[in-house]
Design a protein around this ligand. Structure first.
Ligand SMILES: [Zn+2]
Length: 484
């Protein structure tokens, strides 16, 4: 609460500078941008121009020297400077010389409050990690306040590394939605439903009631999409999975779920289903459909890949988590070839990654397929860049709004500085971003036309307070763990 009061008051003047809608640009106290068309009538002044950058629109060919014009939260135009320069006067201009301009990255599967558990228990197998460390630690320490601070910490990390949309599954998900909105991020927030008592619900009925209220709260929110998140086919009964499917249909919301992550899961699902794989099992329940976003999908059979494509299920690949937990290697090239929408995610940042850096994740995704398939062409820089942008948007059914730089889409845009020693010289911008750049090379992050970070300065979060709180949580959790 204190953080919000301080940060909003401190940041108001900054937002006045970058939200000139309806005002004459001269009112803005910001570094006054040189008007590109001084004679243009006031009505033609747009909010923001990003000029001189290498534009990677994903939707079309890259532009060596391009412009992205933004107004009223949406992308107005994308094109070569030679064509667009002089067409618009803007209240604010970003010079992206020596930088790449991309659609914001989509982290399509994560558990953001787990930032506060980062590094608490690593180097363990999934079931051991979940049952002996994460579930007990969550039962002891996770409450709404924990979730709010964990989300703020994650928001700082995501904005700093170019994520503009994330899809989340956790507890107290309404608090995650509110914090994401306050930070200015776009999010699909999935309220967890699971067959045992968890921090925000002691019974299934209570969890369902909470989920209904949660969905109602975010109805028609421009940035936050509520979702239902049954944890997995091995932690939620068939009866409850069917109930979730019906509820999602009734409420018109997506479903986020972990599917076919490990061999252990395959064994558990086969036992309860008479030998089916997790995808076939979910399909036998009538659970699958285009509103379903399945995380991991490491172990689908060929027939199950065909089912995922036929049912239009979105899949999220989490290569660093799959490596960290030794879960296996998802058949990403086969799923893409079958026409499955495959996005990219980090998974949670505790014991299964351990960061939320989507630029690093792209490099890991490409390298993992190369070494596994024994073929450096198995998954390339362009492929993973698509997965981290339009692929994630398609998996989440948001590609009409985000995932590429196209006129009419929402203005979720990042600027990546490629001038550092570790990224120079640049022969191929996609190679530079995927194989050489780091999350920290993202210099500016924009969501819905709003600047969340400019020149590496966070504009919507009090990072000092967040980091201090993270250390405080760490001390408290360590003390609690050593007592046991
Ligand atoms: Zn997960």
């Amino acid at each position: 609460m204190i953080l919000r009061a301080i940060s909003v008051a401190a940041l108001l003047p900054l937002f006045a500078a970058c939200a000139p809608r309806g005002d004459a640009p001269a009112v803005a106290p910001a570094p006054a941008p040189a008007p590109r068309a001084a004679a243009a009538p006031a009505g033609d002044v747009i909010d923001l121009l990003i000029v001189n950058g290498t534009v990677v629109p994903i939707a079309g060919p890259n532009l060596e020297d391009g412009v992205v014009a933004i107004d009223d939260g949406r992308i107005l135009a994308v094109g070569p400077t030679a064509e667009l320069a002089g067409r618009y006067a803007a209240a604010d201009t970003i010079d992206a010389s020596g930088m790449a301009v991309l659609p914001g990255l989509v982290n399509a599967h994560t558990h953001v409050p787990m930032t506060l558990f980062r590094g608490i228990a690593d180097d363990l197998a999934l079931m051991d990690w979940l049952e002996n460390y994460i579930f007990p630690a969550e039962a002891t320490f996770v409450d709404a306040e924990f979730v709010r601070w964990g989300t703020r910490l994650a928001a700082a990390e995501m904005i700093r590394s170019g994520t503009t949309t994330f899809a989340d599954m956790y507890y107290f998900e309404a608090d995650i939605g509110r914090e994401a909105r306050s930070a200015g991020l776009r999010a699909v927030v999935g309220q967890t439903l699971i067959d045992f008592p968890v921090p925000d619900a002691s019974t299934w009925e209570q969890a369902i009631a909470r989920a209904r209220a949660f969905v109602a709260e975010f109805e028609d929110d421009p940035l936050i999409t509520p979702a239902l998140a049954p944890h997995s086919p091995y932690t939620v009964s068939a009866e409850h999975l069917v109930q979730v499917r019906r509820l999602a249909d009734e409420l018109g919301v997506p479903i986020l779920i972990h599917v076919a992550e490990t061999q252990d899961e395959l064994r558990q699902v086969a036992e309860r289903s008479g030998g089916l794989g997790p995808v076939a099992y979910l399909d036998s329940l009538g659970f699958l459909g285009d509103a379903v976003v399945a995380a991991h999908v490491v172990w689908p059979t060929d027939a199950e890949i065909a089912t995922l494509a036929a049912r239009d299920v979105g899949v999220v690949h989490n290569p660093e988590s799959n490596m960290m937990l030794a879960s296996g290697v998802a058949p990403v090239p086969a799923m893409r070839a079958a026409g499955v929408d495959v996005g990219l995610g980090t998974d949670g940042p505790a014991g299964s990654n351990n960061d939320l850096d989507m630029i690093g994740e792209m490099g890991s995704a490409a390298r993992l397929q190369k070494v596994t398939r024994g073929d450096p062409r198995a998954l390339g820089a362009r492929d993973v860049l698509e997965m981290a942008t339009i692929g994630g948007a398609r998996a989440l059914d948001m590609d009409d709004r985000i995932g590429s730089l196209e006129p009419g889409k929402r203005a979720d845009v990042i600027v990546v500085d490629l001038s550092a020693a570790h990224t120079q010289p640049v022969y191929d911008v996609e190679s530079a971003i995927v194989y050489a750049a780091r999350g920290g090379d993202v210099i500016t992050t924009i969501v819905d036309g709003r600047l969340l970070m400019r020149d590496r300065r966070l504009l919507t979060l009090d990072e000092g307070a967040i980091l201090a709180k993270a250390r405080e949580y760490r001390d408290r959790i360590m003390a609690g763990l050593t007592q046991d």
